[in-house]
Design a protein. Structure first.
Ligand SMILES: C[S@@+](CC[C@H](N)C(=O)[O-])C[C@H]1O[C@@H](n2cnc3c(N)ncnc32)[C@H](O)[C@@H]1O
Length: 279
């Protein structure tokens, strides 16, 4: 593989390498919850000082991020079971490798991210005629080119894994409303950090291993579903997507967080939305 310019990444773009690094660390285990050969290959081959820059990969972070990816894979697989030729629009996709884990040979896939991470993705991951890449800063331009490029006739699922916490609440609501408006009958899935975690990260939080996470201005708790209902009248269903049960204590605690006293109201969430079909 060619040497890449990944060392130029800073801020939110660098978080694509952070999640990749942890998924690869989890995938390297014999008892992994998420086999991810593409992620493992990228971490071996990319010209980026993962350990120096991001610190040691902590097993509990690695497993939690892998379980999050597994939960998103489940939502995509369920969508493809009813819309085998549908389109998945992956917002803030970074170096996520869902496509190769769920590909049914028919799905069309639109990857949206900032220009630099997307250029890296294009360079280091294989892509065929069913995949396309759209550079876009969603914080400035939440509903532009990527909405126009999609043929919605076979169904649309919008995913935003590890993205919305980096936007402010007004932009998030605008983005969700744009999806509800543009893709009648479609669906969306995204994850959030809690309000408390977001407040701690206002000026950038210290992650495990000394890595400084960029500010996360938007947080949502389970009661935030009530606000989501008001974002657009075409939102017909709002559902909590549970994390799959993982390995050991971490794997059990994170998947049961909704039932545990301290974590119940202060935990990351995965939320799926459905949009009313056109009449
Ligand atoms: C934490 S990473 C998640 C990457 C991938 N979805 C995953 O789960 O491994 C956040 C991603 O969102 C992208 N991102 C952040 N802010 C963005 C924005 N305003 N517009 C488009 N992409 C953005 C970053 O470049 C990065 O790829």
């Amino acid at each position: 593989m060619q040497s890449t310019a990944t060392t130029d990444f800073t801020g939110v773009a660098e978080t694509a390498l952070w999640t990749l690094y942890h998924r690869a660390a989890e995938a390297a285990r014999k008892d992994t919850v998420l086999p991810d050969p593409q992620a493992a290959r990228l971490v071996r081959e990319l010209d980026f000082p993962f350990r120096q820059r991001l610190g040691p990969a902590r097993p509990w972070v690695a497993q939690t991020l892998a379980l999050r990816a597994l939960a998103f894979d489940g939502v995509v697989r369920a969508f493809l079971s009813t819309h085998p030729e549908g389109t998945v629009i992956a917002l803030g996709e970074g170096l996520e490798t869902t496509f190769w884990r769920v590909d049914n040979g028919q799905v069309r896939w639109v990857s949206v991210d900032l220009a630099d991470p997307l250029a890296l993705r294009t360079r280091v991951l294989p892509h065929g005629r069913r995949q396309c890449h759209v550079p876009c800063d969603i914080s400035r331009d939440p509903d532009s080119r990527w909405t126009e490029l999609v043929d919605p006739s076979q169904g649309v699922l919008v995913t935003a894994q590890g993205l919305l916490m980096y936007l402010d609440a007004a932009r998030v609501h605008q983005l969700i409303a744009a999806c509800a408006e543009t893709f009648p009958g479609g669906a969306m899935v995204f994850d959030t950090v809690s309000r408390r975690f977001s407040a701690r990260c206002r000026t950038g939080g210290k992650g495990p291993g000394g890595y400084r996470l960029p500010p996360m201005p938007w947080g949502m708790d389970a009661d935030g579903h009530r606000t989501l209902q008001t974002v657009h009248p075409a939102i017909t269903e709002i559902r909590d997507v549970p994390l799959p049960v993982g390995r050991g204590l971490t794997g059990h605690v994170v998947s049961r967080a909704a039932t545990l006293p301290v974590l119940r109201s202060n935990r990351p969430l995965i939320t799926s939305l459905r949009f009313r079909a056109a009449v």
